[in-house]
Design a protein around this ligand. Structure first.
Ligand SMILES: [Zn+2]
Length: 241
């Protein structure tokens, strides 16, 4: 099933929330009992894919929180393209949080220390303190975990996950119902809306095909980069041995 995920449908979704008197709020300020909307983006795959979404939110007058990984094998917030994209997102008035992969740390390691270190690294890149964390593919024990991590709020706290509505576009679809049909929205109370910008880039394609296209683009960029930094490699040429 391919949901109608496109820039125009995202714009329309924000407008529909505005028409219902919803206001986009930060994690710190959102009140579960009010018409508050937390716009959350977990960046799993591409910082660049977040830019058009960040622009649309700016046009709508809504600020979101973009959760960014520091230890991804897929993108690098320190690399020039990544750092530029992050700076642009901040310039548009959005907040940056840490997208934290707890699975990278062994059971004996302190998650609070690890998260604090990653927040410090990300804070250096964006030039501001990072106050909020979302877990990447959280283990069941982390979902609904009460209390802070590394002294910071996290997106799966009961306040944001149970006391208010929660809706996600995970795996490229509204698998648990569309946000406007959520009981919290019908009741006029708060919603945390998690979207992943990569799913909204290419409305014609199924989710798996969107990832294939992303991979083609990524490979072409890597090919050019390799040619630039190593003269043995010639861009566009594959040596078959
Ligand atoms: Zn994730």
């Amino acid at each position: 099933m391919s949901a109608d995920f496109s820039f125009s449908s995202y714009r329309a979704l924000l407008q529909a929330f505005a028409d219902r008197d919803y206001k986009a709020m930060s994690y710190a300020d959102a009140d579960p009992a009010r018409r508050h909307l937390i716009l959350r983006h977990d960046i799993d795959i591409s910082l660049g894919a977040a830019l058009p979404i960040a622009e649309i939110e700016r046009e709508a007058g809504m600020a979101a929180t973009y959760f960014v990984m520091t230890r991804s094998e897929i993108y690098n917030p320190f690399a020039p393209d990544g750092a530029r994209a992050l700076a642009h997102i901040v310039d548009l008035g959005h907040r940056i949080g840490l997208h934290f992969d707890a699975a990278l740390y062994g059971p004996g390691q302190q998650l609070d220390d690890a998260a604090a270190r990653e927040c410090a690294v990300l804070g250096k890149i964006v030039g501001q303190d990072v106050h909020v964390i979302s877990f990447h593919r959280p283990a069941p024990a982390l979902i609904g975990r009460a209390g802070t991590i590394a002294g910071r709020r996290h997106a799966y706290e009961p306040r944001f996950f149970a006391e208010m509505g929660y809706c996600s576009d995970s795996r490229g679809g509204w698998h648990r119902g569309a946000p406007l049909n959520h009981p919290a929205v019908r009741a006029g109370t708060a919603l945390q809306l998690l979207t992943h910008p990569i799913w909204w880039l290419d409305p014609a394609a199924e989710p798996a095909a969107r990832l294939d296209r992303f991979l083609d683009t990524k490979f072409a960029a890597l090919d050019r980069e390799l040619a630039e930094h190593c003269e043995v490699h010639v861009a566009g040429r594959r040596v078959v041995r």
